[in-house]
Design a protein around this ligand. Structure first.
Ligand code: AMP
Length: 146
């Protein structure tokens, strides 16, 4: 069964290129629509809640930079044009919500293959697997050899 609509989730680090390439290649093979999502996390959440300063302008800058990066992807990958979404909130929640709302049948994410303490500190790919509304493909990202 071919996938109809692939959702690729990107963190906008340089690691996201192999993840997008894999999703786009899969989409070409299956004739699927490919959408891309990046979720900007509320800064107050990232800093753990109580931050004694106004983060709104920093957050705005972060959103604008993310929008520029997404626009860059649409120039690079024609199949993503008009299908790049910038969401705001908690990545797992927003990505699952978008997958459901847009009827995606595959979510593609990058995986660093974390384990032990590193996993306890947080892995979005691991988090995304739990309760995913559709199949999820974790693209293995090469470890830094340095
Ligand atoms: P991590 O486990 O946090 O290193 O992230 C692994 C993968 O989760 C990334 O390669 C992306 O596919 C996805 N991801 C992480 N953060 C975000 C985000 N803010 N928005 C969308 N996808 C994300």
């Amino acid at each position: 069964m071919a996938y109809q609509h692939i959702l690729v989730a990107v963190d906008l680090t340089e690691d996201c290129q192999p993840v997008i390439r894999r999703a786009v290649a899969l989409g070409q093979c299956c004739g699927s629509k490919v959408s891309l999502v990046h979720v900007v996390e509320p800064m107050a959440m990232a800093f753990g809640g109580d931050v004694p300063m106004d983060l709104s302008s920093l957050q705005q800058q972060q959103i604008e930079q993310a929008r520029e990066r997404l626009d860059g992807f649409t120039t690079q990958y024609a199949e993503l044009a008009g299908n790049c979404v910038l969401a705001y909130g908690q990545p797992r929640q927003e990505i699952h919500r978008m997958a459901k709302e847009q009827g995606c049948d595959l979510i593609v994410v990058g995986s660093h293959g974390r384990h032990g303490l590193a996993l306890l500190l947080g892995s979005t790919s691991n988090d995304l697997l739990h309760g995913a509304p559709c199949d999820t493909l974790a693209v293995a990202l090469k470890k830094d050899k340095a």
